[in-house]
Design a binder for this molecule. Structure first.
Ligand SMILES: Cc1cc2nc3c(=O)[nH]c(=O)nc-3n(C[C@H](O)[C@H](O)[C@H](O)COP(=O)(O)OP(=O)(O)OC[C@H]3O[C@@H](n4cnc5c(N)ncnc54)[C@H](O)[C@@H]3O)c2cc1C
Length: 380
């Protein structure tokens, strides 16, 4: 058994870190948040540098490092600046379903340009009356000759409005089916067949949109089906298996961001004539955080390792990390704010923003309670 990442991944980790140190800037992120704008120019750069592609396979332009590659790149981006790392990785996490189930043509059309940083992806599963209970969704496809007609609405789609392509889940009498649609198809349809409304500002990740999509008689060619017709639930859940590990990596990077800032602050900040790290309760708080971080690192790397080996345990483990790491990140960032005292509450320190950003990691792609349901189903 090998308990560390190999030298190639170490080099990639270092390259991502150096890039982020140079390019990520808190003031710039906050300006984007205020303007509610996705950092497309940085996304293009990480595409050009190969950081989006680290985990994708070589046949489609990636570097072939699998889940472990995604984890290392996303962890490092979020460690540098959680809001930026999360927004950038949310440009490609939604496309895992297409990478896994897409035909050669679909992967060439969507995954390759996305890896190069030219395309942003989205996935639309949630509906107004169907969130955790995916199976109850109402959006329908109806077969008409060589195409389908789509009617219904989707809620909370990340990147809605500027995504170049969307994975959708819809139902007919065969069950649920996954499909891919793109902006080209939107333009070919009649006006009003696919309407997008941005839901506006939210608690965190404000450089991304969360949108409502409404379809009325939207025409989709049959070749846009992903995977098998009627097997859409499996198709999407297989994408989520990897997505959940990478979301855990977002949260893991965010806890490192908070912890490293807290250590630095505790060494510098003096009260009662000494650096606050000299108070044992502060020092012990930091040790507690360190130990929790190391536990998270262990299970995160194990989850990626199991996924890359196609081990049947991976399904359970992806839920284990999606449950544990976001909850730990939220708790650690909250404690880091305490360690900064009043300064931690202020926007210019970056910690309150990181806490607001990371809060979503325990909700999207299945809430913590849904992860517990999955784990218990697989255990007992
Ligand atoms: C910022 C943001 C981005 C998002 N991005 C996307 C996206 O890109 N694509 C997309 O499709 N969706 C997206 N979502 C939607 C997200 O995945 C859902 O919000 C989430 O799955 C929960 O669904 P819900 O909001 O309908 O809550 P509900 O399902 O109504 O859940 C409400 C509460 O009940 C609990 N609960 C529900 N069922 C059970 C159960 N069986 N056992 C125990 N507890 C249960 C939940 O844990 C939760 O605490 C996003 C949401 C947000 C806020």
């Amino acid at each position: 058994m090998f308990f560390d990442i190999d030298n190639d991944l170490r080099d990639i980790e270092k390259a991502v870190r150096e890039f982020c140190e140079k390019e990520f800037d808190l003031e710039y992120l906050q300006r984007l948040e205020d303007e509610h704008r996705f950092p497309k120019e940085v996304y293009e750069k990480i595409g050009e540098l190969g950081f989006i592609g680290v985990g994708f396979s070589e046949d489609i332009g990636g570097s072939g490092y699998g889940a472990m590659g995604h984890v290392i790149a996303v962890k490092e981006m979020c460690r540098s600046l959680p809001g930026m790392g999360m927004a950038l990785s949310l440009g490609y996490i939604p496309a895992f379903v297409i990478d896994i189930y897409g035909s050669e043509r679909q992967r060439e059309k969507y995954i390759r340009p996305m890896i190069e940083g030219r395309y942003v992806s989205a996935i639309s599963v949630t509906e107004p009356d169907s969130g955790s209970d995916i199976g109850s969704m109402k959006t329908r496809i109806e077969e008409r000759g060589d195409h389908f007609v789509l009617n219904g609405s989707k809620l909370f789609t990340t990147n809605a409005g500027y995504a170049d392509f969307y994975t959708l889940l819809a139902r007919d009498d065969n069950g649920l089916t996954a499909l891919v649609i793109d902006t080209e198809l939107k333009e070919k349809n009649r006006p009003g067949a696919f309407e997008i409304t941005d839901l506006g500002r939210k608690m965190g990740i404000n450089t991304t949109t969360s949108g409502e999509l409404v379809f009325s008689d939207f025409v989709i060619p049959k070749e846009n089906i992903l995977g098998k017709r009627g097997k859409g639930m499996r198709t999407v859940l297989d994408g989520f298996e990897l997505g959940r590990i990478v979301i855990a990596a977002q949260a893991f990077g965010a806890m490192l961001y908070g912890y490293e800032k807290a250590v630095n602050h505790a060494k510098k900040r003096k009260q009662f004539g000494r650096p606050i790290i000299k108070f044992q309760s502060i020092e012990h708080d930091l040790v507690d955080m360190y130990v929790e971080i190391e536990k998270c690192r262990g299970i995160l790397y194990r989850a990626a390792w199991l996924y890359d080996r196609k081990d049947p345990e991976s399904k359970k483990y992806s839920s284990v990390v999606k449950l544990t790491i976001p909850e730990t990140a939220i708790s650690i960032l909250n404690r880091c704010i305490d360690m900064f005292g009043g300064y931690g509450y202020m926007r210019d320190q970056g910690l309150e923003g990181a806490l607001r950003d990371v809060r979503i990691t325990s909700i999207y792609e299945g809430t913590s309670k849904i992860q517990k349901n999955t784990i218990s189903k697989l255990l007992y």
